[in-house]
Structures are given as structure tokens and as C-alpha cells.
Ligand binder design. Structure first.
Ligand SMILES: Nc1ncnc2c1ncn2[C@@H]1O[C@H](COP(=O)(O)OP(=O)(O)OP(=O)(O)O)[C@@H](O)[C@H]1O
Length: 375
């Protein structure tokens, strides 16, 4: 079922938790709400669920406004980070719960409930564990039972709030793939909240980046990652170097170096900030084109090498990440003077350095994977 959220506001006293949210979620979509703590992700999920009522706005489920309807009328499945299963009930009873509490005239027969629970146990890959109690399961297994319980009622929408937040890194990774597969099988419209950008990028069809109770950017994962509309989004989706630069016409200057021509520049000449991810920087010897830098530290960290270098033009430190294959190049030593190439970057006007909550127009003006002008 599709969901349309229209101009949703939610205040807690004087505090604006949601400041006018508009969002369309297609039927069957898997969408992630991503943002820093306090940005309003959980509040938005709770408003969709009916656990909170918005002060203003519409929550349309398949075209019907459910904003004032209580939670029980919305047919929603939930899984929360600490959604305790009923400890005194077996796995079977936990999953059957939502069906057993239905009014008598809507309740399936005992044999139909049993068949549904066994089917769900198979779906969440826990067949054979139906007589266990929650205390006899691992954290990952408990969350899979919670998902089976949420699915038992045939929800129109599945809402997951940091479902894997309390689990260790390896289990989280396994469950991500598992959830993706489960979503393919069930096709239920799913909205999940996470702090973890890697989880969102790996799992979701689209991501919604929230900041201060507003949506900063929404789009397919690759698009948002490749074209962050604001410095906030760029920064939130991974490590960032910010290099002070200047736009003169379409030419981008760092210190005395003219480093690129921005083909799609829409901004006037003036001071700008160049945002570049550590993995989008490359080093070459001093004869190559690029910004002059001096290496300060070199650390091998598993499959990558982390280097810090200082630009000669501005003196600012930069973080560089290279695949470890580059590590053996003899010139990558502390004190070496090398040239830095920016393989891909975004440019934002300096005045927008501080994350903005609302921006009238896209401010991305350059992203030059193949267009870095080698002067
Ligand atoms: N019932 C409440 N009363 C008062 N303030 C609230 C209430 N619920 C949430 N808030 C505030 O609203 C803001 C948004 O909270 P919310 O839980 O939606 O953020 P979040 O993005 O999910 O954060 P986190 O990732 O830490 O869970 C926070 O500043 C929070 O303190």
C-alpha cells in the first residue's frame, strides 16, 4: 500500500519535532529514514503508526487519510530495537498473539493460526524453534521472531525502528541481507529508521535524510550519495574533507592552483567550499598535476591505508583513504611532498557551510568524476 505524508507538523511544547513533512512512499517500497539523533525519525515513524497524532497534516494510506485514526485501525506491523517479546510465551505463542487477540468473528481457526505461525517461522528461518522461550534465543533470533510477529497480522505497512541497533556488527550485517530477501518475498511497504548510514545505503530502495525535523534530501540511494544536495547530506553520508576554494567564473581555484572547470556551475564567482570524501582523493608524485601536499601520517587499517596530509596552499589537514595496494609505493612516507588529485567532489557556496534546514534550490554546482580539468 502506498503512503503519502502531507505537511505533517508535530510539536512537543515549544519544540518542533516535525516541521512540515511531505513524503510519498510507493507500495512495496523499502525506505530508510536516516539522520542524526533528535532529527525526528522516530517521531515520524510514530506518527505514521498512530502512536502519536500530528498537530497538522495528512497521513494517507492508499489515498485515505489515517492521521486521526487510532493505531489499531491502521494494520501496521512494528519492530523496535528493544521490542521485548513476551517473555512468558513461547516463540509460537508470541507470533500467534496478534491473530489470537482479534475479535472472535475475525479470528482465524486454531489450525489456521498454527499453519500461519509455521509458515512465518519458515519465512524467518526459525523452523523448529517454536517451543523455545525468548530467553533461549540469540538477539538476532529474537528480532526475527519480532518480525514474524509483526508480519502475522498481514500488515499493510511494516515499521522498523532501529531493529538491529542492539545487535553486534556481524549479526547486523547478516540480518541486513536477510531483511532485504524477506522484503523481496513479502513485498510489504517497509519504513525503517536507522542511525547507521551503511545499513541504510545497503538496504533501502530510497533514503530520506532528516535534519532538525525536516527532510533535507530524499532519493534513490546512489543518487543521494552521488549528488548530495547540501553540505549536511554530504557530511552525513561519510567522512568529509572541506577545502576552502574560490570560484572564478567556471574555474575552481585552490590556493594558486586552477584545479577544475565546473561545467554545470550555476553560482557566481566567490569563495566556496569543496567537499571531498577521503576515498575520492589520490596521491601522485610531485611532477603530476594536483594540489601540493605534505604527508603527515600513514596508517594501514585493514584493507585501506589512511593518510593525513597538509595542503601547502591553506595548511589544512586532509584525510585520504587509499586501497592498501597503494601502500607499497615508496613515496607514501611521512614528510613526502606529493600532488593530490580530487577525483570526485561537490562544491557549495561558503555561506552555506553551516547545515541549513531549508534550502530554496539545489546548491550542488559541481561533481566532476571525469571532468577534473588537468590544467
Ligand atoms: N514525547 C516527547 N516529548 C517531548 N519531546 C519529545 C518527545 N518525543 C520526542 N521528543 C523530541 O523530539 C525530537 C525528535 O525526537 P525523535 O525521537 O523523533 O528523534 P530521532 O531522530 O528518532 O532520534 P534518535 O535517533 O536519537 O532516536 C528530540 O529532540 C526529542 O527529544
Amino acid at each position: 500500500m502506498d503512503i503519502r505524508i502531507r505537511n505533517v507538523h508535530k510539536h512537543f511544547g515549544p519544540f518542533i519535532a516535525l516541521g512540515g513533512i511531505d513524503l510519498d512512499i510507493a507500495s512495496g517500497e523499502l525506505i530508510a529514514l536516516l539522520g542524526p539523533s533528535g532529527s525526528g525519525k522516530t517521531t515520524l515513524l510514530r506518527v505514521i503508526a498512530g502512536l502519536e497524532f500530528p498537530d497538522h497534516g495528512q497521513i494517507l494510506f492508499g489515498g485515505v487519510d489515517m492521521a486521526r485514526h487510532p493505531v489499531r485501525e491502521r494494520r501496521i506491523g512494528f519492530v523496535f530495537q528493544h521490542y521485548a517479546l513476551f517473555k512468558h510465551m513461547t516463540v509460537f505463542e508470541n507470533i500467534a498473539f496478534g491473530l489470537r487477540i482479534r475479535p472472535r468473528n475475525q479470528r482465524p481457526s486454531t489450525s489456521a493460526i498454527r499453519a500461519r505461525v509455521l509458515e512465518l517461522l519458515d519465512l524467518v528461518q526459525l523452523s523448529g524453534l517454536e517451543q523455545r522461550f525468548p530467553s533461549q534465543l540469540s538477539g538476532g533470533q529474537r528480532q526475527r521472531v519480532a518480525l514474524a510477529r509483526a508480519l502475522a497480522i498481514d500488515p499493510r505497512v511494516l515499521l522498523l525502528d532501529e531493529p538491529f541497533g542492539a545487535l553486534d556488527a556481524k549479526v547486523r550485517k547478516d540480518l541486513r541481507q536477510w531483511l532485504r530477501d524477506l522484503h523481496h518475498k513479502t513485498g510489504v511497504t517497509t519504513i525503517f529508521v536507522t542511525h547507521d548510514q551503511e545499513e541504510a545505503l545497503e538496504l533501502a530502495d530510497r533514503i530520506v535524510i532528516m535534519n532538525g525535523g525536516a527532510i533535507e534530501q530524499v532519493g534513490p540511494v546512489d543518487q543521494v550519495y552521488e549528488h548530495p544536495r547540501t553540505p549536511f547530506v554530504f557530511d552525513f553520508l561519510g567522512g568529509t574533507n572541506v577545502i576552502a576554494a574560490e570560484l572564478r567564473g567556471r574555474r575552481l581555484w585552490i590556493g594558486d592552483r586552477d584545479i577544475a572547470v565546473l561545467h554545470d556551475s550555476i553560482h557566481p564567482s566567490g569563495p566556496v567550499d569543496v567537499y571531498v570524501r577521503p576515498g575520492d582523493l589520490r596521491l601522485a608524485d610531485d611532477t603530476a598535476p594536483g594540489i601540493q601536499v605534505e604527508i603527515q601520517t600513514v596508517h594501514r587499517a585493514g584493507p585501506i591505508v589512511r593518510i593525513t596530509a597538509r595542503t601547502e596552499a591553506t595548511g589544512q589537514p586532509l584525510s585520504i583513504e587509499l586501497p592498501h595496494l597503494h601502500h607499497d609505493v615508496p613515496c607514501f612516507t611521512v614528510g613526502a611532498r606529493l600532488r593530490l588529485r580530487l577525483m570526485q567532489f561537490s562544491v557549495y557556496p561558503r555561506s552555506l557551510h553551516i547545515p541549513e534546514r531549508t534550502l530554496p534550490t539545489p546548491i550542488l554546482i559541481g561533481r566532476e568524476r571525469t571532468r577534473v580539468h588537468p590544467y
